[in-house]
Design a protein around this ligand. Structure first.
Ligand SMILES: [Zn+2]
Length: 320
């Protein structure tokens, strides 16, 4: 065989082999259905609902542990990630206040963006003038409201992945039961406190739905959005309130600087009263993915345990 012909046929064989690999991989694995969820809470729920389905799927969380959604601005890499999504799930009600334009951009290129808070009955939303839609977006701290979000996301997911309807429906049914269990757990733990002891003071006003569901009076040092700052007068007024009510503990949040919490403790000390800073709680972001607090259910349990323990004076922080 002349050398040139030999080369050509080798090339042809290699080319044919490559083409069949490409054709095979296309036929064998369809490209995964890509979901990007903004907050750790929404991505956790999306993963729970799509677990074990018989279809390739990718769920990415735009924000990680410790990230504040009120201040989150999308980087070029984030925009690239979002633009490869088949659908984007987000919290909504202006929680992700700096992502509106990015969402509009995604809608223009045909990617649907779906707010989890569309699940909520408007009558159940708390009003708050700090946000564009005049509602408080921190709905996830009432486990019953998270059940409404679970049912809503289940239906949305079935719309996109009809072949996986049975698995998604079964996942949702199991999870709704788990939410019942955690809801009762939080209620039971809260019962360990007297009504007067149930005061939750944290870095920012993220816990109003929690307060309404589980019977706590709630005060945030900053407003409901971390975009507003606490004034000296706010801190002095809260310090007076703590002394007057003899409140044992205040709490910092994993996604917000603990600076204002420390300033409040100092202001209380100036009044010859001692308030401890309880174990850090999770508000707008959950814990690390490989920990119990990295799941919604684990986060709720951690928070109520930390809150009750510190308010009962069963725990004091190490840096006293
Ligand atoms: Zn918040």
């Amino acid at each position: 065989m002349p050398r040139k012909t030999y080369r050509m046929s080798v090339t042809l064989i290699v080319f044919t082999a490559l083409m069949s690999v490409v054709a095979f991989s296309h036929a064998d694995q369809a490209s995964p259905f890509r979901i990007v969820a903004t907050t750790t809470q929404v991505s956790d729920l999306t993963r729970v609902l799509t677990a074990g389905i018989d279809q390739p799927i990718e769920v990415e969380s735009l924000m990680g542990p410790g990230v504040d959604p009120h201040l989150f601005v999308a980087s070029a890499g984030d925009v690239a990630l979002l633009s490869q999504a088949d659908v984007i799930f987000y919290n909504g009600l202006d929680l992700e206040g700096k992502l509106d334009q990015v969402f509009e951009q995604m809608n223009r290129i045909g990617i649907p963006t779906i707010p989890a808070t569309d699940a909520m009955d408007e009558d159940l939303l708390l009003q708050n003038a700090d946000f564009a839609f005049n509602y408080d977006p921190h709905i996830w701290f009432d486990a019953r409201q998270w059940q409404a979000v679970t049912a809503f996301l289940r239906d949305q997911l079935i719309g996109f992945l009809p072949a996986a309807e049975a698995a998604i429906t079964a996942n949702a049914a199991d999870y709704l039961n788990e939410l019942d269990v955690v809801h009762r757990y939080v209620l039971d733990q809260a019962e360990r406190l007297t009504e007067i002891q149930r005061v939750l003071i944290t870095s920012h006003d993220a816990f109003n739905y929690f307060g309404r569901a589980y019977g706590f009076e709630v005060r945030g040092i900053q407003g409901a959005s971390t975009t507003s700052e606490a004034s000296v007068a706010d801190i002095q007024a809260l310090a007076d309130f703590i002394v007057e009510r003899e409140i044992r503990a205040i709490f910092s949040e994993s996604s917000v600087s603990s600076q204002t919490v420390n300033a409040l403790r100092e202001a209380v000390r100036d009044r010859e009263f001692e308030v401890t800073v309880g174990e850090e709680i999770y508000s707008d972001a959950m814990g690390d993915p490989d920990t119990a607090e990295g799941t919604y259910l684990g986060m709720l349990r951690h928070n109520i345990d930390a809150i009750v323990t510190a308010l009962l004076g069963e725990h004091s922080d190490a840096d006293e």
